[in-house]
Design a protein around this ligand. Structure first.
Ligand SMILES: [Zn+2]
Length: 479
């Protein structure tokens, strides 16, 4: 990445950490209620020279949901009055009465809830530019009137502002990993996109739609732009349909050559039955654990059975599906058959990065459909789906999704002492039905604090908003 579309001073991650008060020369005790000093410039992209995350002991959490049944009680591996130790970017230990290693920063999280960060399995961050737009459009109307006109006018700098804005919004909501399915963009736009994502410090997967005119670009982008970023993964994006089966086949071959997943939108609208996407994906040999299908709403019983039998992964995007009148995914059926399903915010269509609302909706839609409260998913199911389940769907559960020692430290701290959350009755239920992004007090990715004391670390939020506002105004004026 040779150039920055944003003319900002290049602060290294080390200087950001120093500004945070988490570098070596700082006091040992760092209360989570103490606001750290924040530099005004955005953080630089995480690179190979970035130091490992600081050693931090989150001490005395009232509840820790590890998502690992071997660590605590129930399917969520719950622990009362427990500590989480992060060291060198990993979860070093989880338990009660952990002793802080020499040099560790001790953060008092008594009265708080600690859990893994959310895994957003499907989004399009650049679409922040059309938030709240085309409110009476279905998927096709929204494409025609909102998405397509804006996409054609994007400049690297504008794209950078929208991706940065939306990625930071996701982080402040507790998202620590995300998959961005990205349209066909030129190299300079892709570079800008990746740079914006890398600078946020979030763990991300760039799912790239290959260019038909330059089939070599996909390998070049992976090698030059994604491989150097430690927190980045890569997928090949496609849109399965009979009319473009030759392209779908080429995309699947590219994914296999690169050793990455193929990521396709599938049957989001009933009209897309004519495209026969599951038939196409079957014919090109892509059905398997290396395939992620998004939305997957209008599948037949046989198609769901085939998806389950081949261990195909799925991303469920209930807020987007409601907004665009797309339908209701048969999530209960997917769950019954054991399909690995994660949750997705789906970019601009849901106008929000609120993962708590996403979980609530995933439950609510199935209940409304079945007129029964006991159907899958229940609160523990969506909490798992939002974290470890999403990581399993993406094949990254060896790294993230639970607080299992040895995994990367992607952790959120939630403060339930809020008007919308208290009093304690059942915090697991309250995390799904009551919590909101503003209750997310701290977010760590790879052990690094991206949000602390309720604020993004090292981010001038007003500036991020201002830049996105200016870029959006310019884009509209160009239309
Ligand atoms: Zn999508």
């Amino acid at each position: 990445m040779q150039s920055s579309p944003t003319p900002s001073p290049a602060h290294s991650r080390r200087s950001v950490l120093t500004g945070l008060g988490l570098a070596a020369a700082t006091p040992l005790a760092l209360g989570i209620t103490t606001r750290p000093e924040r530099p005004s410039a955005p953080a630089a992209p995480a690179g190979p020279d970035v130091p490992a995350g600081p050693t931090v002991l989150l001490r005395g959490a009232s509840l820790v949901l590890t998502m690992d049944p071997t660590l605590g009680s129930g399917t969520l591996g719950a622990l009362e009055s427990a500590d989480v130790l992060m060291r060198g970017g990993t979860i070093a230990a989880v338990g009660t009465g952990l002793r802080p290693p020499p040099g560790a920063r001790v953060v008092d999280v008594s009265g708080k809830l600690v859990m893994p960060g959310f895994v957003d399995t499907h989004t399009h961050l650049w679409q922040a530019v059309i938030r709240g737009g085309c409110t009476d459009g279905d998927l096709f109307g929204w494409f025609t009137r909102c998405t397509d006109p804006q996409r054609g006018r994007l400049t690297p700098q504008a794209l950078h502002s929208f991706v940065r804005l939306a990625a930071l919004d996701a982080v402040q909501s507790g998202v620590t990993s995300l998959v961005d399915w990205v349209d066909i963009f030129s190299y300079d736009l892709i570079e800008s996109y990746v740079r914006a994502l890398a600078a946020t410090g979030v763990r991300f997967t760039y799912a790239m739609f290959p260019s038909e005119s330059d089939p070599t670009l996909v390998a070049k982008v992976k090698k030059e732009l994604l491989d150097p970023v430690p927190l980045a993964d890569f997928q090949v994006a496609t849109h399965a349909a009979r009319a473009v089966q030759h392209l779908n086949h080429a995309h699947w071959e590219a994914a296999q050559d690169l050793g990455v997943m193929l990521n396709s939108h599938v049957l989001e609208r009933p009209e897309q039955r004519a495209d026969d996407p599951i038939g196409v994906l079957t014919d090109i040999g892509a059905l398997g654990p290396r395939l992620l299908i998004n939305h997957a709403i209008h599948l037949t019983d046989d198609e769901i059975a085939a998806v389950a039998a081949h261990d195909v992964r799925a991303a469920h995007c209930p807020l987007s599906n409601m907004r665009l009148a797309s339908g209701i995914m048969r999530l209960t059926e997917f769950g019954r058959r054991g399909v690995k399903v994660g949750l997705g915010l789906d970019g601009g269509t849901n106008d929000s990065s609120d993962f708590h609302a996403l979980m609530k909706t995933a439950i609510g839609l199935q209940r409304a459909r079945a007129t029964q409260a006991q159907v899958f998913p229940q609160v523990h199911d969506v909490l798992r789906m939002a974290t470890l389940g999403g990581a399993e769907a993406l094949g990254i559960a060896d790294r993230t999704g639970s607080l299992t020692p040895g995994k990367r430290a992607d952790v959120v701290v939630v403060d339930p002492a809020a008007l919308n959350f208290a009093p304690r009755f059942d915090w697991v239920g309250q995390t799904v039905f009551n919590a909101r992004p503003e209750n997310v007090e701290a977010v760590f990715v790879d052990g690094r604090p991206l949000k602390f004391d309720g604020r993004l670390v090292g981010v001038d939020t007003q500036r991020v908003v201002r830049e996105a506002e200016t870029a959006a105004t310019r884009l509209r004026a160009a239309g």
